[in-house]
Design a protein around this ligand. Structure first.
Ligand code: SF4
Length: 370
């Protein structure tokens, strides 16, 4: 047996713990757990409790309890109790968990199927972001959607009660026919274009942007951080400065601009400074969005996406129809090999939803054998 003197007060006085609990001979099943729980609740997250015990089973049970309760067992010291040089005693230190506030992602209500339509206008992009769910890059095959296909899809969509069209890519402004697609679609439904805002500073794309209807077209620009470090580490050197400049240009032309940040759970520190930047840029509070990385496309980690976990939003590419735009590279989320007509595609999606709803409603039954 080690001969260190266990003195809980010394541990607290020496800064090794913020509070102490002498468990004596109690085991976890005979009251120690209640005392422990009450003592931990009196601590702030990150503070440490020193626990003394003469009951050996606590050395097994307490670490298991700490793990389940979200606390950290820092160390265990064996010695003898102050004033009792015969009986063994142990001192354990536990740090209270739950310190870090969680990053809050933007939430919203599910849009009824058929009211929102996404068109993946093309797959190539001037950037190659490390988490791109479309796996886009300058080398990606463009898979450009012909304007006549977009026209047919949007007309059927609007006639069926569609309310909102969203254009994404790749970078939609690399599509030479984007202006034509938008000019037609905006006569039927409001249009949002998701863009990195880096490619319409001048020339033909600038003219394309200037020709769009400010009352019917919104631009959604990706900005992940207030300063370039995080944004550029994901999207490429210099991309942050160009995106901010693009936002300024679009706003100067009179467009409504929405900003979307894609962040991981550890990026909570980015949110406050980003809001300050968006204040400065004049982005309205309702036009700010924080979303998680999805484990799709180029991303190697992130939120898992499946038919069961994500509400459908019909998404068309030149070569098919998909459950949701974030699953556009996932063959398990492909609904059809043909992007039009929309009717049969929506019927398949509704059937899937109906089966899912029936399964949820059915639940589990009691099966009595006695
Ligand atoms: S995330 Fe957007 S900007 Fe980045 S590569 Fe993909 S499509 Fe391009």
């Amino acid at each position: 047996m080690a001969g260190d003197l266990i003195d809980l007060q010394d541990v607290v006085r020496g800064g090794g713990a913020d509070a102490m609990l002498d468990g004596g001979d109690q085991d976890c099943g005979s009251g120690l757990l209640l005392s422990l729980t009450a003592a931990m609740r009196r601590l702030e997250p990150g503070q440490v409790l020193a626990v003394g015990t003469r009951e050996k089973s606590v050395l097994v049970d307490l670490p298991a309890w700490a793990g389940l309760a979200g606390h950290d067992l820092l160390d265990v010291v064996e010695g003898v109790a102050a004033g009792d040089r015969v009986r063994p005693e142990w001192r354990l230190r536990i740090r209270r968990g739950g310190a870090a506030p969680a990053l809050q992602f933007t939430t919203g209500n599910a849009v009824p199927l058929g009211e929102r339509l996404w068109l993946q206008t093309n797959f190539h992009c001037n950037l190659a972001c490390s988490y791109c769910c479309a796996d886009s890059s300058p080398q990606t095959q463009a898979r450009i959607m012909p304007p006549e296909l977009a026209r047919a899809a949007v007309e059927e969509f609007a006639a069926g009660g569609g309310r909102e069209l969203l254009l994404t890519g790749g970078e939609p402004f690399l599509h030479p026919g984007l202006g034509e697609i938008v000019a037609h679609a905006a006569t039927l439904v409001p249009v949002t274009i998701l863009t990195n805002a880096m490619v319409f500073a001048r020339g033909a794309r600038r003219a394309m942007l200037e020709g769009m209807d400010r009352d019917r077209v919104t631009l959604q620009v990706s900005v992940d951080s207030a300063t370039p470090e995080l944004h550029d580490s994901i999207r490429g050197a210099g991309s942050h400065a160009k995106a901010i400049e693009g936002i300024r240009q679009a706003r100067a032309l009179g467009f409504r601009v929405r900003v979307a940040a894609t962040l991981g759970p550890g990026d909570i520190g980015q949110v406050g400074p980003l809001h300050a930047l968006l204040d400065e840029l004049g982005i309205a509070a309702e036009d700010r969005l924080v979303r998680p990385v999805a484990e799709e496309g180029a991303a190697t980690s992130g939120v898992h996406i499946s038919l069961d976990t994500i509400e459908p939003e019909l998404t068309l590419t030149v070569d098919g129809a998909w459950w949701h735009p974030v699953g556009i590279t996932n063959p398990h989320l492909k609904v059809s090999d043909e992007p039009v007509p929309l009717g049969p595609i929506l019927n398949v999606m509704r059937d899937v939803l109906a089966v899912q709803a029936a399964g949820t409603a059915q639940g589990r039954a009691v099966f009595r054998c006695t």
